[in-house]
Ligand binder design. Structure first.
Ligand SMILES: Cc1cc2nc3c(=O)[nH]c(=O)nc-3n(C[C@H](O)[C@H](O)[C@H](O)COP(=O)(O)OP(=O)(O)OC[C@H]3O[C@@H](n4cnc5c(N)ncnc54)[C@H](O)[C@@H]3O)c2cc1C
Length: 504
């Protein structure tokens, strides 16, 4: 431990998810001396991590899951549940499906026929596209070109399975434009998971010889004077330490990063560090999931769950921002359905009834029989930023979020469009009510040029603190109609470029 406190670091990176891992790699490979501090543990040799129903904080943390429940007030109703968030080497990306889809120009830019809800990101699409290309190379992205979109660098994907081909055929016959989803290659580690914040970020950073990783190291507080961070307080294996560096990069995720800033209030910073604007934690967005089961026509063989089919026919529809549709990589098996029903119950008003979760077993078994070979698809509906949707300070992660009427109206349109396009195909809508995707939080430390309306400059540096940077999902001014991780990685590279420009 002495070496951690005695050494001088060019950068301390808090969190090792996609954002933290990728920025750490870029800095370490450029010769910067980097220290990663990660709240959770590294996986044990041979351990394959999976989202699971564990309720004891320590049992969760050893499996790389965020240990404590998320306390959420949604549409005025209080609930607490375990959100699908990682807390371990690789963050949430150790559980992710590795679908790395690219945003479209109108996701970032205000266009005459597609106005942007925020007026546009302060990074032009053409500029961001260069970082997206570099991120695609790091994740060895494969897939086929979206027939409705622009070209992107992609490796050749494996052929579709027979089930996937049958589904693609169904979709094409319905006049839709499916393509092979853009996915991260698998790592060559024994678990062969899609490349993630660990395997594509932290591991190569460590291999450069310029990075050090400390797991089970929770940063509990940032220490600051009026315009710079002077150190971090970290609890490492239960013991408090103070560490310092030239630069500090927060990459604790879109809930964890604002939570840390808000909880680090001091005399200089009564509302939380870097929060002169009052915007820290605000503009919280998720996607809304529209999940449906789709059965391949005829007697197609059982090939296991597919996560390879994507389509963007409803991405921007009737002048509205909706989102993409993709296969989820899960089948409606008994275990998946029990997990899903229990998550729904935990967020409902029945959450406190004892043993209710036992009652989900029978409907789950019936549903699993009914679904048989169906594949599960999800539509990711873009969420828009509202100041009132926010992360709040406190001992545990805490949010307040209201579903905006315009979001519910776009959801109706999305469902109608999907149902209309799939008319005549055997399908089943899996969610009746709006389903927030708690695995896709973003937007809580947004970039912008106006320091009164944003937390970060367009290059990821805090408006208020000149040695503080952010490189995770918090930066996004809008949530886009695609999965977030490719953009998080691209932004991390963009931030690294700016740091390296001024680093000695
Ligand atoms: C089941 C699931 C499937 C998904 N599938 C996809 C997909 O296919 N494609 C896609 O693009 N996205 C997917 N996502 C979303 C994606 O995983 C996340 O958007 C992304 O990983 C977020 O990365 P991040 O760097 O912002 O932060 P995170 O992954 O949240 O990482 C933050 C890290 O910081 C650590 N940390 C937080 N606070 C502190 C602190 N105070 N001190 C020290 N460490 C701290 C945490 O322990 C964590 O390890 C999925 C998510 C889930 C849950």
């Amino acid at each position: 431990m002495t070496t951690l406190t005695d050494s001088h670091w060019d950068a301390i990176i808090i969190g090792t998810g996609i954002g933290g891992g990728i920025i750490g790699r870029a800095l370490a490979e450029a010769g910067q001396k980097v220290l990663f501090l990660e709240k959770g543990p590294a996986p044990l040799p041979g351990e394959t991590r999976a989202l699971s129903d564990h309720f004891l904080p320590e049992a969760r943390l050893v499996r790389g899951l965020w240990p404590t429940p998320l306390q959420a007030t949604i549409d005025g109703r209080d609930s607490q549940f375990f959100a699908p968030l990682g807390a371990g080497l690789g963050g949430s990306s150790t559980f992710y499906a590795g679908t790395l889809e690219r945003p479209e120009p109108h996701d970032l830019e205000d266009q005459p026929d597609r106005p942007h809800p925020t007026g546009g990101w302060p990074i032009p699409f053409d500029h961001f596209a260069k970082s997206l290309d570099r991120a695609s190379a790091l994740f060895q992205l494969y897939g086929t070109r979206d027939p409705l979109g622009e070209d992107a660098p992609l490796n050749t994907p494996p052929a579709f399975t027979k089930t996937e081909s049958a589904l693609v055929d169904n979709l094409q016959k319905a006049g839709l434009h499916p393509y092979h989803a853009h996915s991260a290659a698998r790592s060559d580690t024994p678990d062969a998971r899609p490349l993630n914040g660990h395997s594509a970020g932290v591991a190569p950073a460590l291999a450069s010889g310029n990075a050090t990783l400390q797991t089970r190291a929770e940063v509990t507080r940032l220490i600051a004077n009026s315009d710079q961070i002077t150190g971090v307080q970290a609890r490492i294996d239960g013991v408090e330490h103070q560490l310092s560096a030239t630069r500090y990069i927060i990459a604790g995720g879109a809930l964890g990063s604002p939570h840390l800033l808000l909880n680090s209030s001091s005399e200089n910073w009564p509302d939380g560090i870097a929060n002169r604007s009052g915007q820290v934690g605000r503009n919280l967005m998720f996607h809304l999931n529209e999940m449906f089961a789709l059965w391949p026509r005829g007697n197609s063989p059982e090939d296991g769950p597919s996560k390879s089919i994507a389509l963007r026919d409803f991405y921007h529809h009737q002048g509205q921002r909706l989102g993409m549709v993709q296969s989820m990589g899960v089948q409606a098996s008994y275990g998946e359905i029990v997990f899903y029903l229990n998550q729904m119950l935990a967020r409902s008003r029945f959450a406190n009834l004892p043993l209710l979760s036992q009652l989900t077993r029978l409907p789950a078994a019936l549903a699993a029989r009914m679904f048989g070979h169906a594949q599960i698809f999800v539509g990711l509906l873009e969420d828009l930023p509202y100041e009132t949707n926010r992360v709040l300070p406190g001992a545990q992660l805490r949010i307040s979020y209201d579903l905006a009427p315009e979001l519910l109206a776009r959801r109706k349109l999305f469902r109608r469009a999907i149902n209309k396009a799939l008319r005549g195909q055997r399908r089943f809508c899996l969610n009746r009510g709006p389903e927030l995707n708690f695995g896709h939080p973003c937007g809580t430390l947004r970039i912008g040029t106006d320091p009164t309306k944003s937390v970060l400059r367009p290059d990821g540096r805090s408006h208020d603190m000149h040695n503080l940077w952010v490189a995770d999902a918090s930066f996004m001014p809008s949530s886009m109609g695609v999965n977030p991780s490719l953009s998080i990685a691209a932004f991390a590279l963009h931030v690294a470029d700016h740091i390296l420009k001024e680093a000695p």
